[in-house]
Ligand binder design. Sequence first.
Ligand SMILES: C[S@@+](CC[C@H](N)C(=O)[O-])C[C@H]1O[C@@H](n2cnc3c(N)ncnc32)[C@H](O)[C@@H]1O
Length: 275
Amino acid sequence: MALADIIDHYDRSAASFHRWWLPVIEPAALHLLDLIDPLVVARPAAVIVDVGAGTGPLGRAAVVRWPKVRVVGVDPSEGMLAMGRAAADASLDPPARRRLTWVTGVAERLPIATGSADAVVSSFTLQYLRRRIVGLREARRVLGPGSAIAVMTWLADDRPFRPWAELSEVLRELAIVRPPTLEPGGPFRSLPSAAALVRRAGFREVHATEGVVEYRWKRGALIHCTLEEEERPLIDALDGPTLARLERLWTERLARLSEDDLCYRDKVAYVTGRA
Ligand SMILES: C[S@@+](CC[C@H](N)C(=O)[O-])C[C@H]1O[C@@H](n2cnc3c(N)ncnc32)[C@H](O)[C@@H]1O
């Protein structure tokens, strides 16, 4: 998938993402703030750049957690940024809101001055970069001396999520072919390879650690999230009666699964380093 397809996807599914998928990934994303805490303690007025900010969970949490930091959220999807602005307006007081700005742009070419940032963070975005090294070198460019990077995304994990395996069965049954994945970079293959990449981008003191995403789905919410966000390119390609049939068959299969089957578990990798 090209960047334009990814942007189009997020522009159209921003509301569903924010409502259904963000609660799944947010706790794992917010751990990045713990990882840069020592840096912010040493530099209370730090400028933090959030690459692939989406609807802004990191920025909102950072300006609440630290009273002087400023956060610049960068994302190519206007739809996600608009949703982020609305969430900030609804949840932050004006002084905190003023320390959070939003800029349209991509990781590979950050609209940020060289050496101007104290920290770069990025959650669940590197899987969209066809050439992750380019985005990581851009992060290195915008960071000043002694500053920090803390990034995270999915770590390769073969455990299937039963509800999505059942959906694949339904697709097979209906002879529906999935469109190509929206995530050209894919997950990190391993912790050592993730760390090696960040070192290669010019960082030192690099460490990679594993984390988990665990979320207990309710059936209705899972159906909404999957059809409106995760599988949106597929669903967009179907006519009304086919989609209704798919939804009915999948709902029947979901009804036979246990609560434990509905618990989503996946691995993530965190990588930190110094500029
Ligand atoms: C799964 S969302 C994660 C958003 C947010 N970081 C979070 O944790 O909720 C992925 C985000 O990456 C953005 N994205 C995709 N390709 C990108 C690129 N090349 N540079 C920067 N952001 C990108 C998308 O627009 C989307 O907002």
